[in-house]
Design a protein around this ligand. Structure first.
Ligand code: SAM
Length: 269
């Protein structure tokens, strides 16, 4: 998969792409990430990328000409001529639809994603109209630029690509994961994957030492009873989702037993 990022700060990404899973995926050529400096597409002495807004008001707006030229320099056609089942051009914007795990899954199926990072008051709207398939926001707050959003999208999307995580089941069985029969637990074997999938948040994880600052690891996890471990994990995922993101429970895949557990929890609150 290929990502192209159009930005006035290409160096911003040097550190962000240089660690862990993302660094490895790039080194193994499972993914290619290229930054493109918007100022390379200006022709004046000051390499101007912004101008005052029509209609007056605060701040500056990214001009359309350098952006259009940067996009076209990547061989990307204007909207109607593009095969959006293979590639997508995305404008980072606080006004965009929310970037979520399902959107990351959608993007991970594409061959190519181009990310346009706004700055100042934003981007001349005609760039959006002519070239962008969607506007995405990473949350309900205003950042000073689209670069952090682009990095978030690259990270969350590329870890869903085949072979990027050592264990394919990891991305299916984590918070916001979709239960996938291919990676289902063998009920007779040890619990190998989390039970947060199917729309729940992940359950709490523990490692050694068994006791840390007076807090012991839950006994059930050290006991070796696979069924009990599975049940505990499921209940903790339900508990955490109820506490932190009750909205997710409306769409989660819940069993009769899950519903009973949640009812008891609600009654005891
Ligand atoms: N005037 C804009 C508004 O009120 O929505 C805010 C512009 S912001 C200061 C500059 C740039 O940061 C935007 O063009 C966008 O690319 C990026 N940005 C800001 N907040 C964002 C968010 N929540 N998600 C993604 N990108 C964001």
């Amino acid at each position: 998969m290929r990502f192209d990022i159009i930005t006035i700060f290409p160096d911003f990404f040097t550190g962000i792409l240089g660690y862990g899973v993302v660094r490895r995926a790039i080194a193994q050529e499972r993914v290619q990430v290229s930054m493109h400096d918007l100022r390379e597409f200006t022709y004046d002495r000051h390499r101007t990328v912004d101008d005052r807004p029509f209609g007056g008001g605060e701040g500056m707006v990214l001009k359309p000409e350098p952006l259009a030229e940067a996009i076209e320099s990547l061989g990307i056609a204007a909207k109607p001529e593009r095969d959006t089942t293979k590639e997508s051009v995305i404008l980072l914007s606080a006004q965009g639809a929310r970037f979520t795990q399902p959107v990351a899954r959608e993007l991970s199926k594409l061959e190519r994603v181009t990310l346009i990072c706004g700055r100042y008051e934003g981007v001349d709207e005609r760039v959006n109209e002519l070239f962008c398939d969607r506007e995405l926001s990473i949350g309900d707050y205003v950042l000073s630029g689209g670069e952090l959003g682009a990095a978030v999208i690259v990270d969350a999307t590329m870890r869903l690509l085949p072979g990027v995580l050592g264990n394919e089941a990891s991305s299916a069985y984590e918070s916001f994961g979709v239960a996938d029969a291919e990676f289902a637990d063998d009920p007779d074997g040890p619990p190998r994957s989390t039970h947060g999938a199917g729309g729940l948040l992940d359950y709490p994880h523990y490692t050694r030492p068994a006791e840390f600052r007076g807090l012991a690891v839950p006994e059930v996890l050290a006991g070796g009873d696979h069924a009990a471990i599975r049940k505990w994990r499921r209940q903790k995922a339900l508990e955490k989702t109820l506490r932190n993101r009750p909205d997710l429970l409306e769409k989660a895949e819940l069993t009769k037993e899950d519903r009973k557990f949640l009812l008891n929890m609600n009654q005891s609150r």
